[in-house]
Design a protein around this ligand. Structure first.
Ligand code: PEP
Ligand code: MG
Length: 586
């Protein structure tokens, strides 16, 4: 990297999303903002443009075929079929003829003509009544993006197979990109958009990969190959860092290492306060691959299994056998410890390969339990797989995004039907399996007594609860400053849910990201939460913190902050509490 020495250091700022420092080469991954140029061409240039088009089609064909073969090898022929459809779209004669006609009549460059025709097709299919035809929209957008990249001569990045250790710079990292990422070579990531609880950030935290989001323009300011440093503690990116900056960060890294070693030294100890109160510390996972880490961190079980991870990695709706195998593997790895399997939370930003389900207001749309109740076969397949896995250990089922009793009862009716079908077939499952609901919609919080009476447990999804309470999109960097876990309305709601659960003797857990932040972990303990479920990499610090506070002090803290009207004051008190407990390690 010596050639970078004379380059000017540039500092960009964003939101500190996942702690740590990464230092290496940037790889810019562009997805959405494909700037398609538009310019006039002369008559003599028409044939040259057509040749470029032909060349790009050949390159695109080779790429799709290669991906197809790779998927067929790893996931089977069934999964690879989607790419056969892409090849048909790529070589669709009607579309190609229209592009040629557009080129000859408009005398504009070929990428402009192709983009125009492809967009016309996309608009046409999107307006179709027929679901099958509407689904073709994602095929055409995928293929046209690929072809345009080749025409414009932009280097595409295969996130699943990075050539070297890299820091990814992207407009955004969607949950399906995150599922594909080559985790061995990913040093860190930076995005233009996004908020602290976006799916990719949750993944980064669980992998202990530094991330800075909400930079607005990192993809325009950073070029692939740039030497950069990402500070996930402060939310800073340094392009061409100087030697002295690198030295300073080197020192910081060794201090952090010492601090982590202190936290880790308590990992096998119980999560018990100085005055003897216990709280369960469970792990959030997305799949079996995280179970080694869950064991190493001495988690008391899996408090949230985000099953959509399986669906995203599978690029579709996996059959019962695929789901069963993964649930069973997790359950067996957990031994006697509980595994709370959350039913599919698709929708919102988690699209399972079908762009046509994109909605204008997707977080308030056809998401999670709403989607499952509208797609009974998909729901039943998953419930069957979970129930069958329950024969191998301690499994609980949890429904996401419950907004009222009707939904809870409807989901339970489907579950009862699946149980009956399994019984008829003589298949083993835990007949008294516990069933709980996530509390992440304000309406659920308002009727917590009713929900607590009909569930075995409740779990607060604070990531969504905060966005719905404050009406602030959790992914939108423009309003990220309003996404405020310390907002008095959030604290009052959290307390009301925990009080409601305790009154009904229904245990309440918190599985949103605030559970992994010591300043909120202490507060939640003081409110009377039964357990916390968090990314296992954050467990040592939270456990250390719990072991260095008194529950009575945490209760006093709750009493204190509940009197305050502004979150800045609340954060100050919480921070002071944290610093007192952690001392020099704060
Ligand atoms: C939450 O909303 O807090 C939660 C745990 O679920 P997810 O982040 O998957 O929406
Ligand atoms: Mg949620």
């Amino acid at each position: 990297m010596s050639e970078d020495r004379n380059k000017k250091e540039i500092i960009l700022e964003g939101i500190a999303a996942s702690p740590g420092v990464a230092h290496g080469r940037a790889v810019v991954h562009l997805q959405k903002q494909l700037d398609v140029p538009c310019y006039a061409i002369s008559e003599s240039r028409v044939e040259v443009e057509l040749e470029r088009f032909e060349q790009a089609i050949l390159e695109t064909r080779a790429e799709i075929t290669q991906i197809r073969d790779q998927i067929a090898k790893t996931l089977g022929e069934g999964e690879a079929r989607i790419f056969d459809a892409h090849l048909l779209v790529l070589e669709d004669n009607a579309l190609l003829d229209e592009v040629t006609a557009e080129l000859r009549s408009s005398k504009k460059n070929i990428e402009f003509c192709y983009n125009k025709v492809a967009n016309r097709y996309i608009a046409f299919f999107r307006s179709m009544e027929d679901e099958y035809l509407r689904e073709r929209v994602s095929d055409i957008s995928d293929v046209s993006r690929r072809l345009l990249h080749n025409l414009i001569g932009m280097q595409k990045v295969n996130l699943g197979q990075l050539a070297a250790e890299s820091i990814i710079i992207s407009e955004d990292i969607s949950p399906s990109d995150a599922a594909d990422l080559d985790r061995n070579k990913l040093l860190g990531f930076v995005t233009d958009g996004g908020g602290k609880t976006s799916h990719s950030v949750i993944m980064a935290r669980s992998l202990r990969i530094p991330a800075v989001v909400g930079t607005h323009d990192a993809t325009r300011r950073i070029t692939s190959g740039d030497h950069i440093l990402v500070d996930g503690y402060e939310g800073i990116i340094v392009i061409n860092p100087t030697e002295s900056r690198l030295f300073k960060y080197g020192k910081l890294a060794s201090e952090r290492k010492k601090r982590d070693a202190t936290f880790n030294s308590f990992i096998a100890e119980p999560a018990r306060t100085l005055d003897g109160a216990s709280i369960g510390l469970m792990a959030n996972i997305e799949g079996f691959q995280e179970m080694d880490q869950v064991q190493a961190m001495h988690a008391e079980g899996v408090g949230l299994f985000r099953t959509e991870g399986i669906f995203l990695r599978h690029h579709g709706y996996p059959p019962e056998s695929v789901q069963y195998d993964e649930y069973k593997a997790v359950v067996k790895a957990a031994g006697k410890k509980p595994v709370i399997v959350r039913t599919l939370d698709v929708g919102g930003d988690k699209l399972i390969g079908d762009e046509s389900v994109k909605e204008d207001n997707s977080f308030m749309g056809f998401r999670a339990i709403r989607f499952c109740l509208g797609n009974i076969e998909i729901f039943k397949t998953q419930l069957r797989a979970i129930l069958r896995a329950s024969a191998h250990g301690n499994v609980k089922i949890m429904y996401p995004m419950i907004s009222g009793l009707t939904e809870l009862r409807a989901a339970n009716a489907v579950l009862a039907e699946v149980k009956e079908e399994l019984t008829e077939k003589g298949q083993a499952f835990d007949a008294s399996i516990e069933v709980g609901a996530m509390v992440e919609v304000p309406s659920a919080a308002m009727i917590i007594d009713l929900l607590a009476a009909e569930t075995d447990f409740l779990s607060i999804g604070s990531n969504d609860l905060i966005q719905y309470l404050i009406a602030v999109d959790r992914l939108n960097d423009e309003v990220a400053h309003l996404y405020d876990p310390a907002h008095p309305a959030v604290l009052r709601t959290l307390k009301a849910i925990i009080d409601g659960g305790n009154a009904a003797i229904t245990p309440v857990s918190i599985c949103g990201e605030i559970a992994g932040d010591p300043i909120y972990a202490g507060l939640l303990l003081g409110m009377g939460a039964h357990s916390l479920s968090l990314t296992s990499s954050l467990l040592p610090e939270v456990k250390y913190f719990i072991r260095h506070i008194n529950k009575s002090d945490a209760e006093a803290l709750v009493h204190d902050v509940m009197q305050l009207g502004e979150s800045a004051e609340i954060v100050q008190r919480l921070e002071a509490f944290r610093q007192k407990a952690l001392g020099k390690l704060a």
